[in-house]
Design a protein around this ligand. Structure first.
Ligand code: AVJ
Length: 324
C-alpha cells in the first residue's frame, strides 16, 4: 500500500512540468506561454482562501449550498455505502463542514483522515473536530493531495472511503481528472469507495452569474493572484490595469476565468519582464462541468464502478458513490 501510495501523480503535457514547479518557476513558465496561463491552485493564499469562503456564501454561487443540501437530505442513504469501521479520507479539506454531515450520519466510521496542504489549517480543524466528534480517530495528513502521499499506518487494516466534495475535480483537465481518480484508487486500495461532488452542466446564465457575481467577490478572488505575485515574487502588477473575466465555454464544457489586460503594458515579476497587449488575458482557471452520465463514464474509464448518484431538484449538482 505505502509503495503504491508513493507512486507520483502524472499529468498531461502542460500540467506535467507544472506539478513540481515552485511558484516563481510556474509564473515564469505560465506567463511565458502564449496564451498566458496560471494554475488555479495559486489562488489559495490566506486572502484567497478567505475570499473563496465568501464566494461560497454568495447568492449566485449555487454549488456549495446545493451540495450541502444534497448531503443533508441523503446522508443516511450515503451511509449505507460506507463499510463498518471505515476510514473516511477527505482529499483537500477546505473546511470540515461537509465531512461532519457524513460523520454524523455514519456512526460506523472509525477514523477521519483530512488531507490538506496547509498544516496549520489542518491542525485547527482537527482540534475543533476532536472536541465535537470524540468517538473516532482524527488523523490529519499534511500533503498536496494532487501528488503522492501515504495514508496513516493506523488505518492500514480498515476499509477506506475517499471523500472529494465541492467539485474540486472540475479544476483538472478531464484526462487529469481521470488520472486523479486512478491515483485515488491506488492510494485507497481495492475494495474502496469514493464519494465525490460534481457540478453539472446547466443554463449558461446561471453558470456565468456564479463566476461573475454582482458584489465582485469572484473578481477580487481572481485579481488577488496578481497581489500575491506582487508580494511573493516582487511583481509590479497594477490591479487597476486588469479586469476579471469569467464565462461558460459550452464547447469545452467549462467555466473559464481570465485576467484581461486593459492596456498595452509590460509587467516585471519573478525577475522577468512580460508584455501584455490590450485585451490579452492570463487564463487563471478552468472549472469543468459534467452531466451525470459524462462523469460516470469518466469514473469508469479510471476503473471505478458508479454505484449511486444523488442530485438536487434543479439538477444543478450531483454527488456520486463509486466503488472499486
Ligand atoms: C473550488 C474549484 C470548486 O470551480 O467553482 C469558485 C473555484 N473559482 N469561483 C469552482 C472557484 C471561482 C471552485 N472550486
Amino acid at each position: 500500500m505505502a509503495a503504491l501510495a508513493r507512486t507520483a501523480l502524472r499529468y498531461s503535457a502542460r500540467h506535467e512540468a507544472a506539478a513540481s514547479e515552485t511558484f516563481a518557476e510556474h509564473v515564469i513558465h505560465g506567463l511565458g506561454d502564449n496564451p498566458k496561463w496560471l494554475s488555479a491552485k495559486y489562488f489559495y493564499d490566506s486572502t484567497g482562501s478567505d475570499l473563496f469562503e465568501q464566494i461560497t456564501a454568495l447568492p449566485e454561487y449555487y454549488p456549495t449550498r446545493t451540495e450541502l443540501g444534497i448531503l443533508e437530505k441523503n446522508a443516511r442513504a450515503m451511509s449505507a455505502y460506507i463499510p463498518l469501521a471505515a476510514a473516511l479520507v477527505e482529499f483537500g479539506t477546505g473546511s470540515t463542514r461537509k465531512a461532519r454531515i457524513l460523520l454524523n450520519a455514519a456512526p460506523q466510521v472509525s477514523a477521519y483522515v483530512p488531507v490538506d496542504i496547509s498544516a496549520e489549517f489542518l491542525a485547527q480543524e482537527a482540534a475543533a473536530l476532536r472536541r465535537d466528534v470524540s468517538n473516532i480517530a482524527i488523523l490529519p495528513v499534511a500533503a498536496d493531495f494532487t501528488r503522492d502521499f501515504d495514508l496513516p499506518s493506523q488505518i492500514r487494516a480498515r476499509p477506506r472511503v475517499g471523500f472529494f466534495p465541492g467539485s474540486t475535480i472540475g479544476n483538472f483537465e478531464p484526462e487529469d481528472a481521470a488520472e486523479f481518480l486512478r491515483q485515488a484508487a491506488r492510494i485507497l486500495g481495492h475494495g474502496s469507495t469514493m464519494i465525490i461532488g460534481i457540478d453539472l452542466i446547466k443554463d449558461a446564465a446561471v453558470l456565468n452569474a456564479a463566476y461573475d457575481d454582482a458584489a465582485g467577490v469572484t473578481a477580487k478572488f481572481n485579481l488577488n493572484v496578481l497581489t500575491r505575485m506582487n508580494r511573493e515574487l516582487g511583481g509590479n502588477f497594477d490591479l487597476s490595469a486588469f479586469r476579471h473575466r469569467a464565462f461558460y465555454n459550452a464547447e469545452g464544457r467549462r467555466i473559464e476565468m481570465h485576467l484581461e489586460s486593459l492596456k498595452a503594458q509590460t509587467v516585471t515579476v519573478a525577475g522577468r519582464r512580460f508584455d501584455f497587449a490590450t485585451g490579452e488575458t492570463i487564463h487563471t482557471e478552468n472549472s469543468y462541468k459534467y452531466t451525470v452520465d459524462s462523469f460516470r463514464a469518466l469514473a469508469e474509464s479510471a476503473g471505478w464502478r458508479p454505484a449511486a448518484t444523488w442530485t438536487d431538484e434543479k439538477g444543478y449538482f450531483s454527488i456520486h458513490v463509486l466503488k472499486i
